[in-house]
Design a protein around this ligand. Structure first.
Ligand SMILES: Nc1ncnc2c1ncn2[C@@H]1O[C@H](COP(=O)(O)OP(=O)(O)OP(=O)(O)O)[C@@H](O)[C@H]1O
Ligand SMILES: [Mg+2]
Length: 241
């Protein structure tokens, strides 16, 4: 018997209000590989696709299934959101508490852990991400890279089964980017990563899918291609991981 996929999208269509053409159209997808990369041009519907998966947007047509069961009501959605963490494209949309520890403890508190337990989980999660000492930092004063890692901590503290990452390496310097890659590679959970960063996707060993014209399809072939590479200060020692 084939294993029931964690998430399945059947014939999903979605059009934003006041837009004439659909962003997603009869899209079919199931989470069967542990690590999936999603590529596609700006505006093709990648973030919309994630929003459909976590029920932030309700499809006009089609069905969302979680562990083989159709997601139909608020209770179904709650069950799904306990297991699916969504790292937003912009960390400022994700972080809302005054301090880091409050932000990271928020998820466990919401899941029903006591304040003491929630704080313990938050401290542990921060430590796992190399963020010990960040507990009392003011969230909105963190750097972009620090915010990204703290945002990831807020999600991992809820111990999800599936992680949705929307362009996680955007605006990260090479060191933080490498740190994020190491963290993601060390996690034993399903991951779907939207990215324009081909080298990053390559390093996460993701199976690649492309969203195009409202559909999603698996990219089967590797294409050998030649790169030219130029930038200012390129003669300074640096790495591209
Ligand atoms: N709230 C909204 N109302 C109307 N149109 C929207 C809304 N959000 C997104 N769109 C449009 O839907 C399309 C898909 O947007 P989406 O954000 O899913 O694209 P994306 O593939 O994530 O793009 P990017 O690579 O730039 O992040 C775009 O044309 C966008 O302008
Ligand atoms: Mg997007």
């Amino acid at each position: 018997m084939p294993k029931t996929p964690l998430i399945e999208l059947r014939n999903i269509s979605y059009t934003y209000a006041y837009n004439t053409s659909p962003v997603l159209q009869n899209l079919n997808f199931s989470v069967s590989e542990k690590q999936i990369g999603i590529i596609g041009s700006n505006g093709c519907g990648k973030t919309t696709f994630f929003q459909i998966i976590v029920g932030l947007l309700a499809p006009d047509k089609g069905e969302l299934l979680f562990q083989g069961k159709s997601v139909k009501n608020k209770a179904d959605l709650r069950n799904l959101r306990k297991e699916v963490g969504f790292l937003f494209q912009s960390s400022d949309d994700q972080l809302f508490s005054p301090t880091v520890i409050e932000d990271v403890a928020f998820g466990p508190l919401n899941l029903g852990f006591s304040p003491v337990e929630a704080k313990r989980i938050a401290v542990e999660t921060l430590a796992e991400l190399g963020l010990s000492g960040f507990e009392d930092r003011i969230t909105h004063r963190l750097s972009g890279g620090e915010k990204k890692l703290v945002a990831l901590a807020t999600i991992l503290a809820m111990k999800p089964k599936l992680l949705l990452l929307d362009e996680p390496t955007n605006n990260l310097d090479p060191r933080t980017r490498k740190c994020l890659i190491d963290i993601l590679q060390g996690l034993n959970l399903y991951q779907i990563i939207i990215s324009h960063d081909w080298d990053f996707l390559n390093q996460t060993n993701s199976t690649l899918y492309q969203i195009e014209h409202g559909h999603i399809h698996r990219c089967e072939e590797d294409h050998i291609h030649v790169h030219s590479h130029i930038h200012r200060a390129g003669d300074h020692p640096h790495r591209h991981d």
